[in-house]
Design a protein around this ligand. Structure first.
Ligand code: ADP
Length: 162
């Protein structure tokens, strides 16, 4: 049940100074940060990470998404916890901030709609990426982190939460 997922605090979260507040939410629920680094990715790397977006959402979305994701660095994190892939997606909220529930990261820190972003020809600035399923998590963690960049250690949550 204990698994790992990949989280990216996107350039909007970094540039708006929201890294700490978002990370606090993840720490508050007892998730463990086992890897973290700041990366300014290029388009080529972005295409590897978002390899299925063109198929699912269309070439135009991939183009605006990569433009947005390469305007500045992201904070990449590998996070560990019980059913963390599913739990993280719940905390992150749905893709479109307009539809994301209050209490989720995307619902609390953004509000734009697909229609607005598409009208502006821009990527949806929704602050955070989290792997969609366990298989995707394994692939994405391997893409972003070397094994030696991931750490095993104990937190107090292992005494009180797990
Ligand atoms: P999620 O990040 O919720 O898993 P997707 O993998 O489908 O969503 O899409 C990747 C990212 O592409 C989204 O998080 C968002 O930033 C952007 N995106 C998705 N759909 C659109 C759209 N219609 N217009 C602009 N950007 C989009």
């Amino acid at each position: 049940m204990i698994e790992r997922t990949l989280v990216l605090l996107k350039p909007d979260a970094v540039q708006r100074g929201l890294m700490g507040r978002i990370l606090s939410r993840l720490e508050d629920v007892g998730f463990k940060v086992v890897g973290a680094k700041m990366v300014w990715m290029d388009e080529e790397f972005g295409k590897k990470h978002y390899f299925d977006v063109a198929e699912r959402r269309g070439e135009k979305v991939l183009k605006v998404l990569l433009e947005f994701m390469t305007v500045g660095p992201v904070m990449a994190m590998c996070i560990e916890g019980v059913n963390v892939v599913e739990n993280m997606r719940k905390i992150v909220g749905t893709t479109e901030p307009k539809s994301a529930q209050p209490g989720t990261i995307r619902g609390d820190f953004a509000h734009v709609s697909f229609a607005y972003a598409d009208g502006q020809n821009m990527g949806i600035k929704n602050l955070i990426h989290a792997s969609g399923n366990s298989e995707e998590a394994k692939f994405e963690i391997g893409l972003w982190f070397k094994p030696e960049e991931l750490h095993s250690y104990k937190t107090v949550h292992e005494l009180h939460l797990f």
